[in-house]
Design a protein around this ligand. Structure first.
Ligand code: GLC
Length: 651
């Protein structure tokens, strides 16, 4: 359609749907008209040749209008408030926590009773791990959804979710929920109908009559869970066909080349916006487009679909930001913020999975050279977008940075990765870490790492060894890791339990629905009696809780830590120390992190290379002031410590 015809078509549609373009719905009508052209062109990029193109395009627009009309007044007002703030999610005053509702608080009602805990800590943003219906035993932690609109009975019901969200809103808290876009549970209604032979629903998935195409695809598709779910296809006896199952065999991949799938899932995205979601975590977006002869990850069409979703959200519920959970190679992650004409117009937020893994590299080696040699893709994040900055989450740690980055730092990639895996699995001589290898692929030698923050940092073994020195080191490492995460830029996302130094929880081994997946070792069940120990000054819980709380408060107090793309790495004068500057017009903050188990020395010259020549530096963490010395003198960082320094004169 040409632009004039398209706009006339849009205007008619608004009128037919009783949109008050002149008054009440003026802003919506303007957004609709402005974005229509882009929505159409993105839609056509994928579906132009499809026989159901026209009806699906109409259904897409109908879904946008319908969901806008359904949007509760509270969230319409919140949209306006957010728009006034600009990119609200860049703020230094947002700190998140990711948690399982049942393991954290029993139920949604229980969680609503725990909001004071978050307030005490300083957390004002919650990522609830998937809460929608998911069959027990075949749930992948909720990422195998059988009903996208019904809260799982394990957590309560839809009213409980709404009540929680309402309470969070009155306490000015932000919310993140997942949309599991790539697949459904095999118990989902669509999958059930497909199983029983309904061709309409078989087309919602990737079905094959025989192994011909699956065999070809298997040649190029990497396995995600090689141990528990090898290959990417599952035989379905009921209909004597094969279906694509990239993750577990009970998670069926949705077929986005069918526009009916897109329309149905977009409608769910917009429905979640109307529940009051502030950031929507799009699960596994790298996988949503499949093509023979490719890895079926990060394909251009996956980006087009995300851009299309972003545009539709921008029209119907502009206050909801989009997070793309793309845990892929550094050069690929950055593309989820959009490229070329779509720069900063795809996902608003992405996980800084590269930086997370690099910090684990540094804690194991005591050396920051790999971290530095891998910064260039991270630094390309466009203005207006941000990271989820994290140390641990519910998933494993993948050493996802590239081999050339390790080489450039002076190491042999194979030996380096082998060392890291052995170190965190606790196999390396003297390793204090108590993690485990996850998804070991004997064909490729790949493996990822499971384990809680505290156990990976050595607390579990240190206690077992009754070593006071190692306990002290472990506690320091935990806070060092969290500190770099907090000050690096992006929304810090804590993982529940890490704020109280929880070590691995091995109870998952007794549950057949979990024992095949060692990621459960770092998904603890909260013990609220134990959590009271945070008030006991002699406990680890107290030390870690208080330091985490202090980190959040320190970050909240320093607007220069808003993510305005203002990170500059300092010259690496000492390989054990990661140092960068966060700056704005008024301030320059020197953030230094010592990954070594001994003191590290940094020449005072390092602080004079970046425009300022400070004479006294104030450390926001310890409260100490340091007189800046000569270039042949040093600023000394104790073992596993950090400093957040600001020139006192510039204040
Ligand atoms: C994401 C989730 C992970 C899950 C996978 C499949 O990566 O974080 O936990 O297993 O998607 O849904």
């Amino acid at each position: 359609m040409n632009l004039t015809a398209l706009h006339a078509f849009g205007a008619e549609l608004l009128q037919a749907n009783k949109i008050d373009s002149g008054k009440k719905d003026k802003a919506f009508a303007e957004r609709f008209t402005q974005h229509l052209d882009t929505i159409e062109s993105l839609f056509n990029e994928i579906y132009a040749g499809h026989p159901k193109r026209n009806e699906s395009f109409d259904a897409t627009l109908a879904s946008i209008i319908h969901n806008y009309k359904e949007r509760p007044a509270t969230f319409l007002n919140k949209d306006i408030a957010k728009e006034k703030k600009g990119n609200w999610f860049l703020s230094n005053e947002i700190t998140g926590m990711s948690l399982y509702v049942d393991r954290f608080a029993g139920s949604l009602k229980g969680l609503a009773d725990k909001l004071d805990y978050f307030d005490e800590l300083g957390v004002n943003f919650l990522h609830l791990m998937p809460v929608f219906e998911s069959p027990a035993g075949e749930s992948d932690g909720g990422y195998a959804v059988s009903n996208f609109r019904k809260v799982d009975e394990r957590f309560g019901n839809n009213d409980d979710l709404n009540a929680l969200i309402k309470k969070m809103n009155t306490q000015n808290m932000y919310l993140m929920l997942d949309i599991v876009l790539n697949h459904t549970s095999h118990h989902h209604e669509w999958a059930q109908k497909a199983k029983s032979g309904d061709p309409y629903y078989q087309d919602f998935f990737y079905f094959y009559d025989n192994r011909d195409i699956p065999n070809q695809l298997d040649q190029t598709m990497p396995e995600i869970f090689p141990e528990s779910s090898p290959g990417s296809f599952t035989y379905i006896q009921e209909c004597n066909k094969w279906v694509m199952t990239v993750f577990h065999n009970y998670q069926w991949d949705l077929n986005y080349s069918n526009p009916a799938v897109f329309v149905a899932m977009l409608d769910t995205v917009l429905h979640y916006a109307n529940l009051g979601v502030d950031i929507l975590r799009i699960d596994a977006p790298a996988f949503i487009w499949k093509q023979l002869g490719t890895t079926c990850q990060n394909l251009p069409q996956a980006h087009t679909l995300l851009r299309l979703i972003k545009q539709c959200v921008q029209v119907a519920s502009p206050g909801m930001a989009i997070l793309g959970e793309a845990i892929v190679a550094p050069d690929e992650i950055i593309k989820y913020f959009g490229t070329d004409n779509y720069t900063a117009k795809e996902c608003d937020v992405a996980y800084n999975a590269t930086q997370m893994a690099l910090q684990w590299d540094a804690i194991a080696t005591g050396d920051t050279r790999v971290m530095l040699s891998a910064q260039h893709p991270i630094m390309q994040k466009p203005f207006g977008c941000t990271w989820i900055s994290y140390t641990r989450c519910h998933d494993d740690i993948g050493l996802g940075y590239d081999d050339y980055m390790i080489e450039r730092a002076g190491f042999n990639p194979y030996q380096h990765r082998t060392f890291l895996k052995n170190y965190f699995a606790g196999w390396h001589e003297g390793s204090i870490s108590a993690g485990a290898l996850f998804s070991v692929n004997p064909k490729t030698n790949d493996a990822r790492i499971s384990g809680s923050l505290a156990s990976l940092c050595g607390l579990e073994k240190a206690v077992e060894w009754k070593s006071e020195i190692e306990v002290e080191n472990a506690l320091r490492k935990i806070i060092l890791m969290q500190a770099q995460t907090m000050f690096m830029g992006g929304i810090p996302m804590l993982f529940y339990g890490d704020d109280l130094a929880y070590t691995n929880d091995y109870s998952y081994l007794q549950d057949p629905g979990k024992s095949y997946d060692n990621r459960w070792m770092h998904r603890p069940v909260m013990n609220w009696e134990r959590n009271e120990k945070r008030k006991d000054v002699d406990s680890f819980e107290h030390r870690i809780f208080n330091d985490t709380k202090k980190l959040i408060a320190t970050r909240n107090a320093l607007p220069v830590l808003s993510d305005t793309k203002n990170v500059t790495w300092m010259t690496p004068h000492n390989i054990h120390v990661a140092g960068f500057i966060r700056s704005n017009k008024a301030n320059q903050l020197y953030c230094l992190f010592n990954y070594k188990n001994t003191a590290s020395f940094v020449t005072w010259f390092a602080f004079k290379e970046h425009g300022e020549r400070p004479s006294v530096l104030h450390d926001h963490w310890t409260g100490q002031d340091f007189k800046v010395g000569n270039d042949n003198e040093y600023f000394v960082l104790p073992p596993y410590s950090f400093a957040i320094l600001e020139s006192v004169e510039s204040k």
